[in-house]
Design a protein around this ligand. Structure first.
Ligand SMILES: Cc1ncc(COP(=O)(O)O)c(C=O)c1O
Length: 356
């Protein structure tokens, strides 16, 4: 018998995640080249011999530390193996087959994956001017809508929606819809009108704000993220949370990271400086790029991004090709802002490839 015949029919067409080829200078996954806080590294080393014990199944210390960090009720905090797992939990807890999930295109891969896994209907709303079209997303809500994914700042464009735009959108969201505000790049935002999404949580709206330790905190390999929601909504997510989902090493590293605001500040500075350098270089090369609120820049290189990628990899640099985000982005690349040295090597390689 063919194994394919045994699979749930709705998952038959899922394409396995493609990590892409890499290179010594990896500017492809929006990681933080400064690395984690020394406090986190020390906590992990110190705890290494304790891994014979199962971790705290409810992550009490980390939840408390996050609740204090954000000024929220610890009962509203849900910890996952990366924010990826919170996205899965949202699907498992809330999505019934046939319900609708709304997300903007280009989308982070986990949104369509979760929608498909739960056998739900994809409602894909194309971006306008490279950012979420909130009017169209609000207009797409129906009685069958259960979940809206809202990635802000948006990956891969780096654009963002403002507090005013989000308020207008939220006024149109009915009670039967859960809004997942996915903000993995939050720590890099440097504009005053970025939404205070926890404000919606405090108002008791059906909102889950998702954050991660993978980006500014530089713990991507540990897999640690979390959601903050009104306690009743968080309780729903906890029903589908595996016991012991988060390792003890990840828990202690998360707590230690929160005690080191300098590490985040250094990372913010690196991104701000790298952003200014890369903007100036792209301007000098006459390339169109999108101003970013994250640690990556989406840039139109005016050549096929897959060919450009191959040639950059030969020169030791890996980026993300735009074609995976849709046909209209085939000439775009997404480059993570690295150290100054990495940024310069990338620019030199790109100049060679483009002949400018
Ligand atoms: C938009 C978006 N959401 C969620 C994530 C997941 O982050 P993690 O699972 O590492 O916390 C990422 C990571 O790249 C992302 O870009």
């Amino acid at each position: 018998m063919d194994i394919a015949d045994l699979l749930r029919p709705n998952i038959a067409n899922i394409k396995p995640y493609s990590p892409g080829r890499t290179a010594p200078i990896k500017l492809a996954s929006n990681e933080n080249p400064l690395g984690p806080s020394p406090l986190a590294v020390a906590a992990m080393q110190e705890y290494a011999s304790q891994v014979l014990f199962y971790p705290d199944p409810v992550c009490a210390e980390l939840k408390q530390a996050l609740a204090e960090h954000w000024g929220v009720d610890p009962e509203g905090v849900v910890i996952g193996r990366g924010s990826d797992e919170i996205i899965h939990m949202l699907g498992l807890a809330f999505l019934k087959p046939g319900e609708q999930v709304i997300y903007s295109l280009p989308a982070f891969a986990l949104y369509p994956l979760t929608t498909t896994l739960m056998d739900c209907e994809h409602v894909q709303v194309p971006s306008k001017d490279y950012t979420h079209d909130l009017d169209a997303m609000a207009a797409a809500i129906t009685d069958k809508t259960k979940l809206v994914f809202m990635n802000n700042p948006c990956n891969p464009t780096g654009t963002y929606v403002t507090q005013g735009q989000m308020d207008t959108f939220m006024q149109q969201v009915p009670e039967h819809v859960v809004v997942a505000m996915d903000e993995p790049y939050y720590e890099y935002v440097d504009v005053a009108d970025f939404p205070d999404s926890l404000g919606y949580v405090r108002e008791g709206r059906n909102v889950v704000v998702m954050h991660t330790f993978s980006k500014a905190y530089a713990l991507a390999g540990l897999r640690l993220g979390y959601g903050i929601a009104p306690p009743a909504l968080a309780a729903g997510l906890k029903l589908v949370c595996e016991p012991f989902n988060v390792s003890s090493i990840a828990q202690v590293a998360g707590v230690a990271s929160l005690r080191d605001p300098d590490q985040v500040e250094r990372s913010r500075r690196l991104v701000a400086e790298g952003k200014a350098y890369l903007y100036a270089q792209f301007d000098a090369m006459g390339l169109h790029y999108l101003p970013t609120q994250a640690n990556f820049i989406f840039v139109d290189i005016e050549m096929n991004s897959v060919e450009c990628f191959d040639q950059l990899v030969q020169r030791g640099v890996a980026v993300r090709t735009g074609h995976i985000f849709g046909d209209e982005f085939v000439n775009w690349i997404r480059v993570t802002i690295g150290t100054q040295e990495q940024n310069e090597l990338f620019i030199n390689a790109l100049r060679e490839v483009l002949g400018v």
